[in-house]
Design a binder for this molecule. Structure first.
Ligand SMILES: Nc1ncnc2c1ncn2[C@@H]1O[C@H](COP(=O)(O)OP(=O)(O)O)[C@@H](O)[C@H]1O
Ligand SMILES: [Mg+2]
Length: 386
């Protein structure tokens, strides 16, 4: 069972108890690089300065596994441990260039193997020279230490050794959804219809959890196909929580904040006015769902100008029911149930409505996608267009 927190203070109290990260907060409260980067709050995720306390981080050998394990919907969850920089250098063979898995906005990601347990991990080295690096590190550690869901990536540990900031996540053997949709090869065949719907359902459940488990809700702010990672059996997990933000409280509809996120996925009201609500995640989810259904990238500069932006290309087609089938990803080779496709396109269209209030909640989206999964997933229906 997932756990609901009635308010942010209780959530933070749980973090203090579990992780004792306050020394880092204390350090950063004196650091101008983490403060005053957003107009309405100087803290990573909306914490007040009075909540910054001082403690020490426990070394890995001090952490007893029995103390730190908890169960989330049948799977064992371990609280993150601390690593020294030396341990992570050893795990990545001194950050060997051929172990680089990718490079995102905040630093490089390496495949590594932990000495001792031999566990394969993904080690992200946050580049301290990139703006927001410390903030992203802290928010990621706090979020992934406190919130747990089967469709959220696991944080195995972190390193805050001197100026080094590294995150150690579970290694996801099938890479990202982005790789699996847009970077195909003989070793990476296209995803079939059932797998796409299973991925869509898992991500929707995770976002519904983030929006509903904590009060105020947690807005991910960076939902995109490269942040959806695929494990064994293509089990999807949402990653990259460093830009997450607390949603509005006290009956307000939005928080006003600096615009972050990725072009092509960012909700129009947020991109234009900085007004952020959970419905911004719903919009970004709609873009990802559309990518899965059409096989097109959110922004594709190699296409004709009127087809560069996926949502702009799709919007007029949503209004023409007879053209919906033409939107399907050619890589599906017609192997999808037509009714399931039109239902899924309908869900994407409502997620992408310009008016945020008209978009559905993620809980409703999860229910609707589950309906498609349960009604259209037999091999017979998924192997034909009738
Ligand atoms: N935990 C992981 N396990 C395996 N591969 C990963 C993991 N996290 C990210 N990746 C791969 O590395 C790439 C870069 O990830 P990241 O550094 O988070 O940047 P971005 O999300 O901006 O692409 C991803 O697109 C994905 O292919
Ligand atoms: Mg990422």
């Amino acid at each position: 069972m997932t756990r609901a927190y009635d308010n942010w203070e209780r959530l933070m109290a749980a973090v203090v108890k579990k992780l004792q990260l306050w020394e880092l907060f204390h350090q950063h409260s004196r650091s101008p690089s983490i403060c005053s980067q957003e107009s309405e709050s100087s803290d990573p995720s909306g914490f007040s300065s009075s909540q910054r306390l001082r403690v020490t981080c426990r070394r890995p050998e001090d952490v007893k596994e029995k103390e730190t394990a908890s169960t989330v919907e049948g799977s064992i969850h371990m609280s993150p441990r601390t690593f020294t920089f030396r341990e992570l250098s050893a795990a990545t063979d001194n950050f060997r260039p051929d172990l680089i898995l990718g490079e995102g906005g905040f630093g490089r990601l390496y495949k590594g193997r932990l000495k001792g347990t031999q566990q394969i991990v993904a080690v992200k080295q946050i580049d301290e020279n990139r703006g927001q690096g410390n903030r992203v590190f802290l928010v990621e550690v706090l979020m992934l230490s406190t919130l747990h869901h089967p469709n959220m990536v696991n944080l195995i540990g972190y390193c805050a050794d001197g100026d080094h900031r590294l995150l150690v996540h579970e290694y996801m053997p099938f890479g990202s959804l982005d790789d699996r949709l847009h970077d195909l090869s003989t070793e990476k065949p296209p995803l079939d219809w059932n797998t796409r719907m299973k991925v869509a359902a898992g991500v929707a459940k995770c976002l519904a959890y983030l929006h509903d488990a904590a009060k105020p809700p947690i807005i991910h702010r960076n939902v995109k196909s490269s942040n959806i990672l695929l494990g064994e059996g293509y089990h999807p997990k949402l990653s990259h929580f460093g830009l997450a933000k607390l949603g509005p409280t006290g009956g307000k509809t939005h928080v006003s904040t600096r615009v972050m996120g990725t072009p092509g996925y960012c909700a129009p009201e947020y991109a234009m006015t900085g007004q952020l609500s959970v419905k911004a995640d719903v919009y970004s989810y709609g873009v990802v769902l559309l990518e899965m259904l059409t096989g097109r990238r959110a922004i594709d500069n190699s296409r004709a100008i009127e087809e560069t932006n996926l949502v702009a290309w799709a919007s007029p087609l949503f209004k023409e029911p007879r053209k919906l089938v033409q939107m399907a990803d050619p890589m599906l080779q017609g192997r999808y149930p037509i009714r399931g496709l039109t239902q899924a396109l309908g869900i994407a269209a409502t997620c992408l409505l310009t008016d945020p209030d008209a978009r559905p909640s993620m809980a409703d989206v999860a229910t609707a996608i589950n309906y498609i999964v349960s009604h259209n997933s037999s091999p017979e229906t998924a192997s034909t267009r009738v």
